[in-house]
Design a protein around this ligand. Structure first.
Ligand code: PMP
Length: 430
């Protein structure tokens, strides 16, 4: 039986406060010093145990130190195989490409070329936007209110959060934000609006090269776009000669069930961006998938030293094997059913102002209607005291985002949910 210690977190060593930049963020909400992790549990230096409903912000779909992937990585390291390889052809890259094609792209009849980008998600977003502009010879991009695409200047321009954008120090140009089907806009024909903008020669908004979107806005507050909306977006892009880019960085790699999150809408984007869990082990890696006819890059036109993280290739190949071996897609469906039921039956009835949203293994509990934005913070802080790591997202951080590893053991998932319920009840009664 797993035991979650109700221990006081160890005091953060002063060196983080004195020597690490003020820019640090997650560590402020989870003030302990973490030392070891296995599957869905993280252990602090003092031995306190925390259930992980954050999963590296989506980078740990297979849990911490997944044994299957770890063995492959250790064997690779021990054999003195290539550790750093720029974009040279290597055995590890070849094996990844072969596995990615045979187990993901071919069975789904998806014809994409793979661009290996600099190691973070934002770099693949930069690549996608650059390529779209080069193809269509138009500078404009449409993004959506609530979108999160990264923090470098190009992707930040497509990110909605005003405070984050202010950090750029320059104006963000060439991106127009369209309404996403959420809140007030949910009852509004958002696709009809985009269509009207494109058709109106007096709209003041020029036709973009591409529309970049998330099928589920994760940082935006766990907002799940309806299937018909995604299909209408694809159709609109086709009719107006606009490229459709799906940012599957957080909700790809099986988070919603199938490998790609857009599969539920049965559409094919022109470009797809993957990062976070693609390497399987939390190693930095990001990919841009491009329809072959769109791959008009000149050699070296988007380059970078760390596009050949060999350990990430090894981890990624092993992760694809592992997901097949354990039928991860089915596992996600079963856990989705459990979470949905738990939230509907145990959490939603607590207060009619609570709003529940989600799909697969990404769920949000929104306390927006509680007025004070601090309520969600109070709940997540109480969760942490009780041994659960879970973060806040959405407008004014009013929503709690449940994002466990997809491989989380059933008993730990149940325990994490019980802590959440307890924390919420404690906060309502205090
Ligand atoms: N797009 C989405 C949808 C994301 O969730 C993130 C990261 N939260 C990014 C882009 C940026 O990825 P990275 O932090 O690796 O640059």
């Amino acid at each position: 039986m797993h035991r979650i210690a109700l221990q006081k977190p160890s005091q953060p060593a002063n060196i983080f406060e004195t020597r690490e930049s003020n820019v640090r963020s997650y560590c402020r909400n989870f003030p302990d010093v973490f030392h070891r992790a296995k599957d869905s549990i993280i252990y602090s230096e003092t031995g306190a145990e925390y259930i992980d409903f954050l999963a590296g912000a989506g980078a740990l779909n297979y849990g911490h130190n997944n044994d299957y992937i770890k063995q492959k990585v250790i064997a690779y390291l021990a054999s003195d195989a290539i550790a750093h390889g720029l974009d040279l052809h290597t055995s590890a890259k070849k094996e990844f490409l072969e596995k990615f094609f045979s187990s993901v792209l071919e069975p789904k009849k998806l014809d994409y070329k793979v661009q290996f980008c600099g190691p973070t998600g934002t770099n693949a977003v930069e690549a996608a936007l650059k390529l779209a502009r080069k193809i269509k010879k138009r500078p404009g991009i449409f993004s959506f209110m609530g979108a999160y695409h990264g923090m470098t200047l190009g992707s930040l321009a497509a990110t909605g959060n005003i405070a984050a954008r202010a950090g750029a120090g320059v104006t963000s140009n060439n991106v127009t934000f369209m309404p996403y089907p959420y809140g007030f806009m949910e009852s509004f024909n958002t696709i009809g609006y985009i269509e009207a903008v494109l058709n109106d020669v007096n709209s003041g908004i020029e036709k973009p090269a591409a529309i970049i979107f998330e099928t589920v806005q994760a940082e935006g507050g766990v907002i799940v776009a309806p299937v018909e909306w995604i299909q209408q977006l694809r159709d609109l892009c086709d009719r107006h000669d606009i490229l459709l880019i799906c940012d599957d960085i957080q909700v790809g790699c099986g988070r919603t069930g199938p490998f790609f999150s857009f599969e539920r809408a049965n559409i094919v984007p022109d470009m797809v961006i993957l990062s976070k869990s693609i390497s399987g082990y939390g190693f930095p890696m990001s990919l841009l998938l491009i329809k072959p006819e769109l791959d008009i890059w000149e050699p070296g036109e988007h380059t970078g030293t760390f596009r050949g993280n060999q350990l990430a290739f090894v981890g990624a190949t092993a992760a694809l094997e592992y997901r097949e071996n354990i039928n991860l897609e089915r596992e996600v469906q079963l856990k989705e059913f459990f979470l949905q039921k738990f939230l509907a039956e145990e959490i939603a009835p607590i207060d009619e102002k609570i709003n529940i949203r989600g799909i697969g293994l990404i769920w949000g509990i929104d306390f927006e209607k509680f007025g004070a934005a601090s309520f969600a913070k109070k709940v997540t802080s109480r969760c942490f005291e009780l041994g659960l790591i879970v973060e806040r997202v959405g407008r004014n951080d009013t929503a709690i985002k449940i994002l466990p590893p997809l491989t989380i053991e059933w008993s730990i998932l149940q325990k994490g949910c019980a802590i959440l319920q307890q924390a919420l009840s404690d906060c309502l009664n205090s």
